[in-house]
Design a protein around this ligand. Structure first.
Ligand code: PEP
Ligand code: MG
Length: 872
């Protein structure tokens, strides 16, 4: 017989798949002798069977639940459903992978009119019993029956108003009793049923609701965003209630064993005196920082600190702990691996390695390439003096600029139109997840560092300021108000989640540098990795940045970018328009001097590291104005009585260069073959630069673009060799190689390798030509539709298409290596900076990936992860 119900004393932390994260960790804590309220877990397997077979399955499950509850009664000395000491339970979901705020919790289950009186009697507090009852009705009504929370809240607000009080805990027993009455009739009005007074029915419906919550839209969205498997199911934990709302010596809170925003090793969190669990996480009351607990309940604080440390050592990671203090006794309700910002992830991993808690590879596994990417997110430019309109809590680091939106759906709609938005809410709930995801940043006026908004924002790596209490938000009027200013929906605002500042308008952002800790981790990644990370860069500044980010070479220097500079463009145009070889040569001579300058700068920066210089690639018409633009200029010159002959010459050249499919036209090495003087100039400029740098350790490689035949490659190689022979013999050391950008080049790799000493996969063009898709056209026209329809899982221009392009790469790799065993093979298309694509390059056995300098740190981490088998 399959066992579907486990007491906490029967499980352990390695049973997460079956018991869920919460259940498994609770069981482990019981094993460790920590004060956990007793309870049991209904397994994820039960959930899956329920989702498949429906309520009938619960029938067969129920006998096990009943016996488990009987055991719980014996353990607590209380009875479920009757006095004198009624047993109340919480019913809490717990998936194998933590999904904070996604699933539902019901507290105080087991209350009805009779058990409420008994409870009042038992704790000697009538008010408390009414308060527990109204909370239960609200949670049960909302979670199990879908009665909107706002309906309960508005009644509560009305009662508070009538009583002239600001906070719930100021309501007396009588007020709460009347509230319960109104809640019960609201329940009846919305559901058409009376509130179930039988605790067994309550329990059963609650368990089913938790099972069902696995498939709510918000849970599905969360799983989609975080790539969590839909087929895991959730466990249900039934836990004897302990009460944090029994007066001044009770309370509840959430704490982290280290700071989840910056990683500092210090107990971090929040608590509320005289409150129940949901009050803290829901962000409804702004709680006190945990440090204050040391003043109010010093013994509890010390015990909590010691417990958090112990849990950290046990689970070898930063812990997020929920606790309740019931009349001076501490209970741990949950522990799990704490979500953290990317900054914190790095610091914690480095410090735990230093403390000997984890080893280097484990530490590396704690920081995903995506988190590294986030660390290179924007900060507020330190040179600007922003207008700070409010300060909240620095809930999730980084800065974001965007237009104010108050509604999550609207955030999505505006983001889809390409607008940057900041979602502004009093607080957020799990139903807002799509809006949080779409927004660039998040601002809430209520809630603490562990509020829903804060937790989710850190998980998503979005800047978030929470609990900015001096702003008020008028949701209906679409206004954000400070003491003296008003901002409307659509106005720009900046949030700085690193400092908690809320800033008026758009503020310039700057990129942060790499911290020492991140450098340490990236060095570990380099050590673990099999392939190197190089960078694409066209200028000495790029080279410098690439080096500072840890690039081990320049994998692609696109020389055409050098001609785009203001002072060079006209010279380039002269070259393009030239009608005779002499005329062209004259312009080329000027360009040569400029190119030498560029190469000298780059080679010097990259002293000791390889630099791959690619010769001119784009079609020549890209250097001329568009024909309508030329027509306009001719007309203007004409009417001003100026000489138009030059412009007309340019126009006729532009016309003669016009192509139907420029991507497949007169570009790449085809230019160098038809106009050898152009490539000749570039090759000489490279050699001139090399010759002028006797003190630099040069590793120069000359790369030909868009090659596909042996004839092209052989001819180009001869061209380089013949030019090299113009220089003193033995003075130049270089390699000649080719990009693999065309399917034919991939297939004929063996014969290309006879003349090419290295290959570099140009997967931008290789994707275009393999799939027959023009990137610039399809990305804006139909790619989204294709992705939405599931035809492509993601754009093949962002993540390498392994099945198609990848197969061509594998063929080229194998044939190239066979023909020339020492051939160096890398990638320089955009995919070189995408973690999944890097993992594929690792699996092929490439020597390096090359990507834009800013992606170098991400690619380094991805290379380390790939070698450790953490991404495939
Ligand atoms: C490529 O095609 O992948 C490549 C790097 O070249 P470019 O993007 O310059 O066409
Ligand atoms: Mg290309």
């Amino acid at each position: 017989m399959i066992k579907y119900v486990y007491d906490f004393s029967e499980g352990s932390s390695d049973m997460k798949a079956l018991l869920g994260g919460k259940g498994a960790n609770l069981a482990q804590m019981v094993k460790e002798g920590l004060a956990v309220p007793p309870g049991f877990t209904v397994t994820t397997e039960a959930c899956l069977r329920y989702l498949e077979e429906g309520r009938e399955f619960v029938q067969s499950l129920w006998i096990d639940v009943e016996t488990a509850l009987e055991r719980l009664e014996r353990q607590t000395g209380r009875t479920f459903g009757s006095g004198p000491e009624p047993l109340l339970v919480s019913v809490r979901s717990g998936a194998p992978i933590s999904m904070p705020g996604m699933m539902d919790t019901i507290l105080n289950l087991g209350l009805n009119d009779d058990t409420r009186s008994a409870l009042a009697e038992m704790v000697g507090d009538d008010r408390f019993a009414w308060d527990s009852y109204r909370r239960f009705i609200q949670m049960f009504g909302n979670v199990v029956k879908g009665v909107p929370s706002e309906r309960f809240e508005s009644i509560l607000e009305e009662v508070r108003r009538n009583k002239g009080v600001a906070f719930d805990h100021q309501l007396d027993a009588e007020a709460l009793a009347s509230l319960v009455k109104r809640y019960l009739s609201l329940y009846e009005e919305v559901t058409g049923e009376t509130f179930p007074s039988d605790p067994w029915i309550q329990l059963r419906e609650a368990v089913e609701a938790v099972f069902d919550s696995w498939n709510t839209a918000r849970a599905k969205t969360y799983r989609k965003i975080h790539g969590i498997d839909d087929s895991m199911g959730t466990a249900v934990n039934v836990v004897a209630m302990v009460y944090g709302n029994l007066g001044g010596d009770s309370g509840t809170g959430v704490c982290f064993s280290r700071n989840p925003a910056d990683g500092e090793k210090k107990l971090y969190g929040e608590f509320l005196v005289n409150a129940q669990g949901e009050d803290v996480v829901a962000g409804i009351r702004t709680p006190q920082p945990i440090g204050e607990l040391a003043k109010v309940m010093p013994d509890i604080f010390e015990e909590l600190k010691a417990t958090a440390d112990r849990l950290e050592v046990r689970f070898k990671d930063m812990q997020d702990v929920e606790f309740t203090v019931e009349r001076g006794k501490l209970y741990i309700l949950q522990t799990r691996t704490g979500k953290r910002s990317a900054e914190a992830a790095v610091r914690i991993a480095v410090e735990m390695e230093k403390e000997g808690l984890i080893d280097r590879n484990e530490a590396l596994g704690r920081i995903s390439p995506e988190q590294v990417e986030r660390l290179l997110h924007s900060q507020i430019d330190p040179n600007c003096v922003p207008e700070v309109i409010s300060r909240g809590l620095p809930a999730s680091p980084g800065a974001a600029v965007g237009r104010i939106v108050f509604d999550p759906d609207e955030a999505v709609a505006m983001a889809e139109k390409g607008e940057s938005v900041v979602l502004v809410r009093p607080e957020t709930t799990p139903d807002d997840i799509h809006g949080l995801y779409a927004a660039k940043g998040i601002l809430t006026s209520r809630g603490g560092m562990t509020s829903h908004a804060a937790v989710v924002a850190r998980g998503l790596g979005k800047p978030c300021v929470s609990g900015a209490e001096d702003i008020s938000i008028d949701l209906e009027g679409g206004r954000l108000l400070t003491e003296d200013r008003e901002f409307l929906k659509g106005d720009f605002i900046t949030v700085d989640g690193s400092t908690g500042r809320v800033i008026a308008g758009e503020v310039p952002l700057s990129l942060p540098s790499i911290s020492d800790e991140l450098n340490t981790v990236l060095d570990w990644a380099d050590e673990a990795a099999d392939l190197q990370v190089w960078a694409n860069g066209d200028t000495p500044e790029d080279a410098k940045r690439a080096r500072s980010f840890g690039a081990k070479g320049i994998g692609l220097c696109r020389t055409e970018h050098m001609f785009m500079a203001e002072d060079r463009f006209p010279v380039m145009q002269r070259m393009v328009v030239a009608e005779s070889l002499e005329e062209r040569q004259e312009a080329l001579d000027d360009l040569r001097a400029m190119q030498v300058e560029d190469f000298v700068g780059i080679f010097r920066e990259m002293d000791g590291l390889p630099v791959i210089v690619r010769l001119l690639d784009p079609p020549l018409h890209e250097f001329l104005p568009k024909i309508p633009e030329l027509d306009k200029r001719i007309l203007e010159a004409d009417s001003a009585g100026e000489d138009t002959s030059k412009l007309r010459k340019m126009k006729s050249r532009a016309e003669s260069l016009r192509e139907v499919n420029p991507m497949l036209g007169f570009r790449g090495c085809r230019l160098g073959i038809v106009y050898p003087e152009i490539y000749g100039m570039q090759i000489r400029a490279i050699f001139d630069a090399m010759s002028s740098l006797p003190d630099v350790d040069l590793k120069v490689e000359i790369m030909m673009p868009l090659v596909q035949t042996k004839g092209e490659m052989a001819l180009l190689r001869e061209m380089v060799e013949s030019i090299a022979s113009e220089y003193p013999q033995g003075s130049l050391s270089y390699l000649v190689g080719t990009m693999i950008e065309l399917p034919r080049a991939a297939l004929r790799a063996a014969e290309l390798a006879e003349d090419a000493e290295f290959f570099s996969f140009g997967t931008n063009d290789l994707t275009q030509t393999c799939l027959g898709l023009s990137r610039d056209d399809v990305e804006s026209k139909f790619m989204k539709e294709y992705v939405d329809k599931g035809i492509f899982p993601i754009s093949p221009f962002h993540v390498l298409d392994r099945d198609g392009v990848g197969e061509l790469m594998a063929i080229a790799f194998e044939r190239g290596r066979k023909a020339r065993p020492d051939i160096s093979i890398g990638i320089c298309g955009e995919h070189g900076g995408d973690p999944k694509s890097v993992a594929f390059c690792h699996s092929l056995g490439l020597n390096y990936v090359s990507c834009s300098p800013f992606r170098v740190p991400v690619a380094r981490m991805a290379a380390g992860w790939a070698a450790l088998g953490l991404i495939e």
